[in-house]
Design a protein around this ligand. Structure first.
Ligand code: PLP
Length: 282
């Protein structure tokens, strides 16, 4: 497998990092994950835009323009002869330098990106997944796609240990998002989700689902719902580049409605599949 390293390519096994690396010592960096369908990126421009927003927010200087990184990422697909469904992971750290909290002077950002196969989660997309609820203990800048994922890792692990796929996070009962996805509640034909503030990652699929809902004239209300609203929800679903539009059928051991994916979730899944140019999961 070929990996993008800085702005050129190398074999994955030839990539090494110094032990004094700021991503390792401080989590001082940012990342992106982009879905690949049939060897083509989905929502590439949106992800590149967010990469630049994250970099600016943490004052990391990127060594390329949006067009240049887009071209590099497209070339990465070609070099790997990627034709299947997969994902691309890109990481940017502030660089390698003797450990000091203060930014190092004149050190270039360390960048790498790889692609790997990732089949769609067909079974889960059809049947839905169980989740748990957890306190959101993260910092105040969750809109930055930062490498500091320890609270997310701990929340996801807790979900796994309880036989679930995700953790719905809440601040004082107000639902923000999940450990690695955005989350939505459907009640009386309306979709509700946390507004795109600093407290959530502004998901590229969230942005897409918003426009797909609006096209179908389904109200998309950007207002946080509460943990206590979940009990009476008609439907619940989550979105991310790797999970797509994923029905949630159980929360903390209790069924959502009749325990099956709901009508609006299904509609959005179909619209998503069509937009992404993939065969429907139905
Ligand atoms: N929220 C968090 C915390 C995430 O880590 C992710 C993506 O992995 C998302 C939301 C969904 O973002 P996107 O739709 O851009 O994949």
């Amino acid at each position: 497998p070929i990996i993008l390293s800085q702005t050129s390519y190398t074999h994955r096994d030839d990539l090494t990092y110094p032990y004094q690396e700021r991503a390792l010592q401080f989590g001082d960096g940012i990342y992106e994950v982009i879905r690949i369908y049939n060897g083509r990126y989905y929502l590439l421009e949106e992800h590149v835009d967010r990469l630049f927003r994250s970099a600016e927010a943490v004052k990391i200087e990127l060594p390329f323009t949006k067009q240049e990184v887009t071209d590099l990422l497209l070339e990465l697909l070609e070099k790997n002869e990627m034709k299947e469904d997969g994902k691309m992971y890109m990481q940017v750290s502030r660089g390698s330098a003797p450990r000091d909290h203060v930014f190092p002077a004149d050190v270039p950002a360390n960048i790498y990106a790889y692609v790997q196969q990732l089949p769609r989660a067909e079974e889960k997309l059809k049947n839905g997944v169980p989740v748990i609820t957890q306190r959101d203990i993260r910092w105040e800048n969750c809109y930055i796609k930062s490498l500091n994922l320890l609270p997310n890792v701990l929340a996801k692990q807790e979900a796994k240990e309880q036989g679930c796929d995700e953790a719905i996070l809440h601040r004082d009962g107000r639902v923000t998002e999940c450990s690695s996805s955005n989350v939505y509640l459907v009640k009386n034909g309306e979709i509700r989700t946390h507004p795109a503030t600093n407290n959530i990652l502004h998901g590229c699929v969230r942005m897409k689902v918003k426009s797909l809902a609006e096209e179908q004239e389904i109200p998309f209300i950007e207002e946080a719902f509460h943990v206590e609203d979940i009990e009476d929800a008609d439907e619940l679903f989550l979105t991310s580049s790797t999970s797509e539009v994923m029905p949630i059928t159980k929360v903390d051991g209790k069924d959502i409605a009749n325990g099956a994916p709901g009508r609006i979730t299904r509609l959005l899944q179909q619209a998503y599949d069509q937009d992404a140019g993939i065969a429907s999961t139905e």
